[in-house]
Design a protein around this ligand. Sequence first.
Ligand code: ZN
Length: 379
Amino acid sequence: MEECSQVINQEKQKQAKEYQNKKILFKIVGAALFLSYFLILIFCNFSFTIKEKILHFIDLEWQVIALYIFFVLTAYNLISLPLEFYTSYTFEHKYHFSTQTVKDWFKDYLKSYLLSLSLAVPIMEGIYWAIRIFPLNWYLIVSIFTIFLTVLLSYLSPIWLTPLFFKLKKIEEDNELVQRLIRLCNRINTKVKGVYEINFSSKTTKANAYLSGLGNTRRIVIADNLLENFTLDEAEVVFAHELGHQVHKDLIKGIFWINLMYLGAFYFTSLILKKFSFYLRYELSDISNFPVFALSMVVIIFLWGIPLNFYSRKREWNADKFALKITQKVDAFITSMAKFTNRDLADAYPYPLIEFLFYTHPSISRRINYAQNFKKKIG
Ligand SMILES: [Zn+2]
């Protein structure tokens, strides 16, 4: 019987702990920066001043909102650029994960900035329109709209969002892995619309696989790094885990819970916005209170994230259980987990509190232990 500590490289675990602890530190610094930026905008009255300055040039409400959002988000992107560059470029190179050049990194940074702006401006226009027209129950209107948006973005994700940063290539059916996967699907009478390879290697050495899309864009995506470094058995068991998510309809369930989270966040934000607008003597639909809106949403979503992560870990357990049951390849499951942790420096033994608060997946040591117990059971 292989013990968990035998498959996990203990030397690598020391490095993993150090790597992951630093990443937590960057997250805390990032959160502090975000909070300070928006608190300063509110309490130093900068937010109001920015809007007043914009009013010197234009006075149509929608133009004021567009320019305000553009200015506030652009300034934030510039302020957080050094931290962003250090954490996702310098630091990732230090650990030899990143395969990007500086130029490519900046290209991606610019693309995600333009993408976030092109989403944020119309979304905020819509929200402030709803606040103007339905000051009492705008949160309901916005929540209904959010359902459409999350469904649309999930649908478009593999055909529109992902291709902005990566190349997705359908793996042909004559491939041996795909043959195995089709056999797996036939056994449980389910269909996968396509298996796609994603060129993660253009940016990182890390490996991953995930389920993406809705309806006719639904697919299982496997990183090229995984296909290259994992054995056929290991790739099959990783695929079976993703298939588990599909069979359990986890994507749709996830969309449901995220929308419920948004409904709660918009509702509490509507109460907070009302209080603050009164306190700061802004009109409820005044774009100057955007920092209050942003802070409230982010804090509430962070808090909601704790029970959602708990639920996510439960879904991951079920997907693991599913993968082990249909493939019966327990050893391949264990070695694939060990590869994730040894190659990508995942912390196999995180502090329980950190795991409870932030982990969307059970820790690798728990997943391996579970598989070892499963092996004992099937004898
Ligand atoms: Zn999963």
